[in-house]
Design a protein around this ligand. Sequence first.
Ligand code: SF4
Ligand code: SF4
Length: 446
Amino acid sequence: MELTFPTQPFKTHGGAAVPHRKNTAQMESVMLPPPGQVVLPMQQHVGPPCAPTVKVGDTVLIGQKIADSTAFVSAPIHATISGTVSAIKKVTLSGGQFMDAVVIDSDGKMEVSPDVKPPVINSLPEFLDAVHACGLVGLGGAGFPAHVKLKVPDDKNVDTLIVNVAECEPYITSDNRCAIEDTDDIFTGVRAVKHWLGLHRVILGVEGNKPDVIAKFNKVLSESKEESDKEIKVLELRSSYPQGAEKVLIQSCTGRRVPVGKLPADAGCIVMNVTSCAHLGKFLRTGMPLVEKRLTIDGSAIKEPKNVIVPIGTNIRTIVDFCGGYKATPKKILMGGPMMGVSIASDNLPVIKQNNAIICLDEKEAHKLEPSACIRCGRCVTGCPMNLMPTLLEKNTVAKRVEELNSLDIMDCMECGTCSFNCPAGRPLVQAIRLGKALVRAEGKK
Ligand code: SF4
Ligand code: SF4
């Protein structure tokens, strides 16, 4: 099939018109003053957790590896401040998992490890090794180790890299700021992936509500003297939710559909979040592994919304305080956005690699509609981008009918929350579907 670049996005199904509330889109990112301590949980990626490679009392420098795993689906963890390992202890993560964490007390110097050097890469295996070594995981929230995503299985024919610059969740602008502030690193990362994977098409998918990003990317491409940059194009996407969901993005950018239960590679695509590309580019330029994150701190309970660059492992409360603290008692604190973020019980948690936002909502904004009986309006069905039947999924979950759930393709639900958002009866559809998926998984393990 000949590779062409669409001038307009392909049509996708469903979605929702969520409020954007991108208050911080024009605010330049600020650096958090170095925190006194970081807590680095051993689970910061999809796959088995890492084990510490340091012990209590060790001194560590920024960029030094402090944890690793021999499992293929894993990513090492690095020190994000310089100082002393003061403890290795159990912590509770946002999802409720009880997990080992390495605690580093700062020496106040923020000294970088002498091992931090740009990698020398002469082949695809060396490129993949470097991506693994830098600890990169999907930074859009997925946390899937990047070297695994980039290792295309022999039986798959991947021809297109899609860079996800949709950022369709309300409030979150950290990718937007990355696209504006780290443009050169993004293109370094994109060009490297394109070169080493031998791809001839890269589509930078940007929602139309980010005209500054579209203009900046187009300027880089129009001024580029690199011949192969002719195979990189920007595609302006519709500003609708969930435009940034991987399967929706693939369809918008290429017209291809990922088959039920399959991966983007089955549709010939690799999707990388724009911030992941920027971190990859920075690593190739400097050798600095993934040690910091840009987070959007916003919501009706936050005094001074900001985009803040923080060492991974920083306590959320420290960052909130840097943003002036709370202006109202937060009723709900989310790691991530209001549509797909995880609600956390306390702000006493560390930032991990895939966090892109902390959204704190006051009583009024967090108020939920009391669920009432389904009125069979069908809005959840017409809005579902995966063409699923959310109302039936909820019903069969409550009745614990696993066979029916499977036949309704429940595992294809990407938990985007569009159905719940669209439901006039306030039914907690996505929450029920999550439980339904857990039922299916439990049945599969029997
Ligand atoms: S069923 Fe799943 S994929 Fe469909 S709208 Fe609901 S949460 Fe999104
Ligand atoms: S949107 Fe809500 S009320 Fe309408 S059919 Fe779906 S579950 Fe029922």
